[in-house]
Write a protein that binds this ligand. Structure first.
Ligand SMILES: [Fe+2]
Ligand SMILES: [Fe+2]
Length: 212
């Protein structure tokens, strides 16, 4: 995979890239299935493409990092997973488990990317981003900013919002209020903030039209 032929035609290069992305999704699938993260990963990957288009950044870092960022949940027991994430997760134990999904995820991602003979420099950048994708409050690079923004945007999407209310047993209005309060200082890129606000507008409409 990722053979570097000297001067590939533009179209050919795109095809190779999309094949690589497909294979990466396939390889990540069993890890992502443990917490039920297939939809989360696909939706966040979709957002990352829009972010890359509007903000720039290296897609050879951003796309693999988004696809692999949550593979680390696969090492935790199911009962620990539910204690470790979401708007109600609090405390030292939740934090410890959350750190495990970051560090184990970074190690698994590195192993997967090496199996594709992926560029070692890029592997290192991707591993570092995954190792702090949730806990890190700064983004030292544009690529890291876009990965974190794409991850958070999931909760604002139609699929993500309604899946998270079910998965975290939240009242939709409670989640909406939480996201509205956080969105203003959550995102690194202006594109992500704009997308989040558009999504919230639609989610509010959906909540107001729920059958009572
Ligand atoms: Fe995560
Ligand atoms: Fe995530």
């Amino acid at each position: 995979m990722m053979h570097h032929s000297s001067f590939p035609e533009e179209g050919e290069k795109d095809l190779q890239w999309s094949e690589f992305i497909d294979r990466l999704f396939e390889t990540a699938a069993p890890y992502l299935a443990v917490r039920g993260d297939a939809d989360h990963t696909a939706v966040s990957h979709g957002y990352s493409l829009t972010l890359l288009q509007n903000e720039g950044g290296n897609r050879r870092i951003v796309e693999p990092a988004v696809i692999l960022h949550d593979v680390g949940w696969s090492v935790l027991e199911p009962e620990n997973i539910s204690a470790a994430f979401g708007v109600l997760a609090k405390g030292e134990e939740a934090e410890r488990l959350n750190r495990i999904h970051e560090t184990e995820g970074a190690a698994i991602a590195e192993k997967i990317l090496r199996s594709f003979d992926y560029d070692p420099g890029l592997v290192e950048s991707i591993r570092d981003i995954i190792s702090r994708h949730d806990s890190g409050e700064t983004a030292p690079s544009l690529e890291e900013a876009l990965v974190k923004d794409a991850d958070k945007l999931w909760r604002f999407s139609r699929t993500g919002f309604w899946q998270e209310t079910a998965r975290q047993r939240l009242n939709p209005q409670t989640l909406l209020d939480f996201l509205e309060a956080r969105s203003r200082h959550w995102f690194f890129s202006p594109t992500a903030l704009r997308l989040a606000q558009q999504e919230l507008f639609t989610r509010r409409d959906e909540i107001n039209n729920l059958p009572s």
